[in-house]
Design a protein around this ligand. Structure first.
Ligand SMILES: Cc1ncc(COP(=O)(O)O)c(C=O)c1O
Length: 401
């Protein structure tokens, strides 16, 4: 909806809810609209690289489904999700002593919906919600509809600092939202020892620790660290997604939660969209059931690893002193910190005029923002353009130092 539509709503004097009145459009979204121009080198997208979408497998899977089970695939289905897919997910997470039950798995319309459902069933106005500093902008957008009081948790270059989770800070919280693997926006991965500490914290907490994990499989070295779920299966709510390993347009994600919470989430989802599309759930299951991801995901990792290396090399080559960035071992993002006086919101306007784009860091902070930060995505830009784009951006930054 553009601005003129909004004006029409008020001209009709229809009363919007308090909640709707508080919704704001993102200023960045407006600036970034121009990044769709082909001459713009955009590091702003959070989208996976389309060359990784297994279109041929999807086509073959949908042909088989429409041939063998057209009525079920095109009919309404259970809110909980397609049972064979729930069973496949439960089996994938069940290892050693950890047994995940299909009855804990709820298929969601992307993991974005999982965030909304968690907000709906856990958060009241002013209830504390604990988030990393910075955190995923889309999680803030989802939770904010339920009007929480955000508490920003301390982080460093390795991610969340569990030792800083004091009883005073966490009292009364409804949930703690964390991304241990290749966090959006920072690309950080939480080290093993901190995972143990956070899992131990979850075991004693009076609220769930939510582990959002869309990037865990995109581990460039193929050496995954254990999930929080595997360390404290009855105390963690785990969110997963097929968006980054198959395709985001399918809109298939999932929540693994203890049955008591699962039941409430199902009720909330019923009111939201009845169920995730039967057809796309079946396509996902048909594609993954015989081990396709085991060969497909390494090809995504190899591509992203190469593009990440190109970006790190370009940053090294062009960035002036005073600019720092992390070296991700997986995922889709690099996080950079500029000298304190540079506001990346303002920098973005000039960057877009020079046909290069990024996402300013400020919207990823729940409360006080570090305005000299930015997020760079390398996955949809070929290496030679990465080099040219970073050279342009570095020149703009250099001019401000
Ligand atoms: C951390 C995180 N969580 C959730 C999502 C939503 O993903 P989807 O709804 O496509 O599963 C994203 C998307 O980029 C993300 O980065």
């Amino acid at each position: 909806m553009d601005q003129s539509d909004l004006t029409n709503v008020s001209a009709r004097s229809w009363q919007l809810s308090e909640r709707a009145r508080k919704l704001t459009s993102s200023a960045i979204r407006e600036i970034l609209k121009v990044t769709e121009r082909p001459e713009v080198i955009s590091f702003a997208g959070g989208l996976p690289a389309p060359v990784t979408f297994p279109a041929e497998q999807m086509r073959a899977a949908s042909d088989r489904i429409l041939r063998d089970a057209p009525a079920a695939a095109l009919q309404y289905s259970a809110t909980e999700g397609y049972m064979p897919l729930r069973e496949w997910i439960a089996a994938r997470y069940s290892q050693g002593n950890v047994q995940i039950r299909a009855s804990q798995v709820l298929i969601t319309t992307g993991s974005q919906q999982a965030l909304d459902l968690l907000g709906k069933v856990l958060v009241c106005p002013q209830s504390p919600v604990l988030v990393e500093t910075p955190t995923y902008l889309g999680a803030l957008q989802s939770f904010s509809l339920y009007e929480p009081h955000y508490v920003q948790l301390s982080t460093d270059d390795a991610g969340l600092i569990p030792a800083a989770l004091t009883p005073e800070l966490t009292a009364g919280a409804r949930l703690l939202y964390a991304q241990p693997n290749f966090q959006n926006p920072t690309g950080r991965r939480l080290p093993l020892e901190r995972r143990r500490e956070l899992a131990a914290f979850a075991q004693n907490a009076a609220f769930p620790v939510v582990e959002d994990d869309p990037y865990g499989a995109l581990d460039y070295r193929g050496e995954p660290l254990p999930t929080l779920l595997s360390m404290a299966p009855e105390h963690i709510v785990h969110l997963g997604s097929f968006s980054k390993v198959l395709a985001p347009g399918l809109r298939v994600g999932y929540i693994i939660a203890p049955e008591e919470l699962h039941f409430k989430l199902v009720q909330a989802k019923q009111a939201t969209d009845l169920h995730t599309p039967s057809f796309t759930q079946r396509i996902v299951h048909e594609v993954v059931k015989d081990g396709f991801l085991d060969t497909h995901v390494p090809t995504i990792r190899a591509l992203y690893r190469e593009q990440c290396a190109a970006m790190l090399a370009a940053l090294e080559r062009y960035m002036p002193e005073g600019v720092t960035w992390n070296r991700p071992e997986g995922g889709m993002f690099v996080w950079a910190q500029l000298p304190a006086a540079i506001d990346t919101m303002k920098l973005l306007e000039d960057a877009v005029a020079q046909n290069v784009a990024f996402v300013p860091g400020a919207p990823f902070f729940a409360n006080e923002a570090q305005r000299n930060t930015l997020r760079l995505s390398f996955v949809t830009v070929p290496p030679e353009k990465i080099d040219a784009g970073i050279a342009r951006l570095a020149a703009l930054i250099r001019a401000r130092i």
